[in-house]
Design a protein. Structure first.
Length: 273
């Protein structure tokens, strides 16, 4: 019982790595620069690992049918991609990909083009890649297999913990940026309204009081502007920058304006370098 579990764990890592390679090559060519594609920091895209294993397990009774394998790949991987997108939006308020403008999409989380590509990958995996790697894995001694899977799982858990911490820290920064921007806007509106109302009602008779009030609000506005500038221009940490660059079209469903401001800051700094 232990050996099949260990074999599947190793297959999961192999397919996660191959998925990362595919994503990285595709995005790097399109962006004309190296892109460490993936939610995790390491060279793994777990959604590919789970997707490949799900298709392999589901198609065991139908290994000889290319058509059924293709259809299963389209359906099962699309469901997995949809659930993954929903979880990221629900847990971290992040929309890492958005297919809303593509033909036949569902809530921007899955689209026909990607689903068909996953179907083709499923056929290639089931009929060519899986038999090759399964044969190699079966040749690994049990003791080495235990050590290898334990080591890889340890790295994955550590990477997952660091990534989640990084995302939560980034969300905290975005929350501060958005709250500061909203307060800055509100204070500016108060200042404009008070000056306009006092001028209309009292004319020049209360000019001194108006000036004092304006100075008070102006000091607060200056403080808020400086705070906003520090939050925005305080360079994101290395791992935050990696996520932002890996998903340049990423959206934050809770603090969208703050994320846009942070991405613009990164972009402007990159141009100056």
């Amino acid at each position: 019982m232990l050996i099949p579990i260990l074999q599947n764990i190793l297959l999961f890592f192999i397919y996660s790595f191959l998925g990362w390679v595919c994503e990285t090559v595709y995005c790097s060519i399109g962006g004309r620069r190296f892109v460490n594609r993936g939610f995790l920091n390491g060279p793994l895209c777990p959604v590919y690992g789970f997707g490949a294993l799900i298709v392999v397990w589901a198609m065991q009774p139908f290994y000889k049918s290319v058509l059924l394998t293709f259809v299963a790949g389209v359906v099962l991987t699309s469901i997995l991609e949809y659930i993954t997108g929903w979880l990221l939006e629900t847990l971290f308020h992040l929309k890492l990909w958005d297919y809303s403008e593509r033909f036949l999409n569902i809530n921007g989380r899955v689209c026909l083009k990607n689903s068909l590509m996953f179907g083709i990958l499923a056929v290639v995996t089931v009929f060519y890649i899986h038999p090759l790697f399964l044969k190699r894995i079966r040749a690994i001694p049990q003791e080495w297999m235990i050590l290898l899977t334990g080591f890889l799982l340890g790295l994955l858990i550590a990477d997952l913990a660091v990534t989640i911490y990084t995302v939560l820290k980034m969300n905290g920064r975005l929350k501060q940026i958005q709250a500061t921007a909203e307060e800055l806007y509100a204070k500016a509106e108060v200042l404009r309204a008070e000056l306009s109302e006092n001028t209309r009602r009292f004319g020049e008779g209360v000019q001194k009081q108006m000036e004092e009030r304006r100075e008070q609000l102006s000091d607060r506005l200056a403080h808020l502007k400086e705070k906003s500038k520090n939050l925005t221009y305080d360079h994101p940490k290395l791992l935050e920058r990696r996520i932002l660059r890996a998903f340049p079209h990423m959206r934050q469903t809770r603090y969208p304006e703050a994320l846009d401001k942070l991405k613009k800051t990164l972009s402007s700094r990159k141009k100056k370098q």
